[in-house]
Design a protein around this ligand. Sequence first.
Ligand SMILES: Nc1ncnc2c1ncn2[C@@H]1O[C@H](COP(=O)(O)OP(=O)(O)OP(=O)(O)O)[C@@H](O)[C@H]1O
Ligand SMILES: [Mg+2]
Length: 605
Amino acid sequence: MGMGMGMNRMMRYSNDVPKAKMTKELLLRIGQYYLPYWKRLALMIAAVLISSALGLVPPILTANIIDQALPQKSMSLLALLTIASFVATMGAALIRVGEMYLNTWVSKHIIYDMKNKMYNHLQYMSIRFFSQTKSGDIITRLNSDIDGIERVFSGTLLSIMRDAFVLGLTAVTLFTLNWKLAILALVIPPLFVSPTKKVGQARWRIASQIQKKLADLNSQIQETLNISGNMLIKISTRENQEYQRFKETNKDITSLQIYESVVGRWFQMVVQAFTTLGPNLIYFYGGYLYFQGELSVGTIVAFVALLNRLYRPVGQLSNIHIDIARSMALFERIFEYLDMDHEIKDSPNAIAMPAVQGEVEFEHVYFSYTADQETLKDISFRVEPGQLTALVGLSGSGKTTITYLISRLYLPHSGVIRVDGQDIRDVTLESLRSQIGVVTQDTYVFNATIKENLRYSKEDATDDELVEASKVANIHDFIMELPEGYDTLVGERGTRLSGGEKQRLSIARAILKDPRILIFDEATSSLDSVSEVLIQEAIDPLLKGRTSIVIAHRLSTIMAADQILVLDEGQVVESGTHDQLVTHGGLYQTLYQKQFKPNNSLSSQ
Ligand SMILES: Nc1ncnc2c1ncn2[C@@H]1O[C@H](COP(=O)(O)OP(=O)(O)OP(=O)(O)O)[C@@H](O)[C@H]1O
Ligand SMILES: [Mg+2]
């Protein structure tokens, strides 16, 4: 039987008991999230105390019914006691409603605050962070981890408080009723703490294994059931392998869940054994004391009723450390993200960049993505306002990287980058980036309408402006042919659009933004000649009258450049105009012969 096999396999799984520690710092930090809501929290604590105390009243009243009202045959006392018992129970139940409301309100708001804080924090993380982090991990921390700790705020803390209070109050009550019997009642809980603890740990282990497997399953779904992943599967004909992998994980989860529920039943069995043992012992020893005349029948009944109030909190408290450890692990994961510094942020005395003229200057700039490789070495150049500079060079030579540095998406390790003579480290990111237009190598579009995608660069653009920009970018006619025109959804990652169409959409975005400095990373993928012409016609008006830095693959752009920078392995090896460089005998001449020159195999005719 498959399931049986699964269970055996599962028994061999890791033994990872919760490790995360509850430190004072961590607790203080968690406590801070309560601060804005301390009034409601105080009210809730009061409610918990009152409702727990009220819970003790009915058993004591029952003792009085048995010991006084019944022997005295007093109807009025009987009526008074039963009504009082009913009122106490109802009162406690009513207070619990309010308690629940406050509890949910406070914990939901804490979660709300945390999610907002986390989202906004992550938005300002550097591009480096996003290039090194799995998007699945970000989603997990922002959603499930934060949702997971909601239990701490709504459940764990509340139940510790309630259980400890009920336990103490009940113990005191038992002692005031009869100390001998109270000692017997209190001897029992320690007996079942250890088995409950064991079962609790086993459940925790299983639950965390299930969690891990579910994460595997989720990431498989995420990676394989999307357009790019599924296309790769189809092309590599890996459907069967992926199905097997899915089935395997799914099977593990199923057997683990079955096992988990059996262990859960064991837990109840253990608790039941002791909850039955307790009252019987009380009846036995209490009966003996009754024969000795030391105890009334009512007291025995009250004792048994109170025992339940004693054992439940003990059982819960003996497992609470597992809950706590699990939540602390979640807190650690969340705080790990929240504690990450923003690598790139405004310097403390950053000024707003005034309206720029468009001069861009690199002075001895060095940069590397990773410690073991230098991506840009001693880059120095200057672009005059309104000039067109073309960056050329082999793939991987560092062209795109240079443009990242201008927008301050990465920081150079040394050297200075200036715009209008102003070191870009001294101006606010917003004032800098809002004046630079970027058309990237592979255009990103949101899964929204064309209109919404265009407006992303200029929120308040009128419909006329959108049409105007799209006409200039040579994309208007195409948009009009779509079933819903400007209101057409572009699909996940713009899959409804071709590469050339996406790039023209992106050009329209840049036209709308109308920046003084424009960075244009021409797509390397060779476009057909019609798209080529369309893009060419689109970028000419875009480049006119602004400082343009173009990573160029097309001869027409390169020829039009006021300055060509030739990059090789992160260094500028040549610079000048086409006419100066083409006969220079250097890398540019080679590139020209092999790539740019018309009528050769690589350029489209
Ligand atoms: N996020 C990154 N982390 C580490 N290395 C990177 C990263 N991005 C780029 N690189 C490396 O930096 C070098 C320069 O990359 P860059 O993208 O600037 O090249 P490029 O000249 O634009 O090439 P292409 O013409 O193919 O677009 C390459 O060797 C690349 O592998
Ligand atoms: Mg590039």
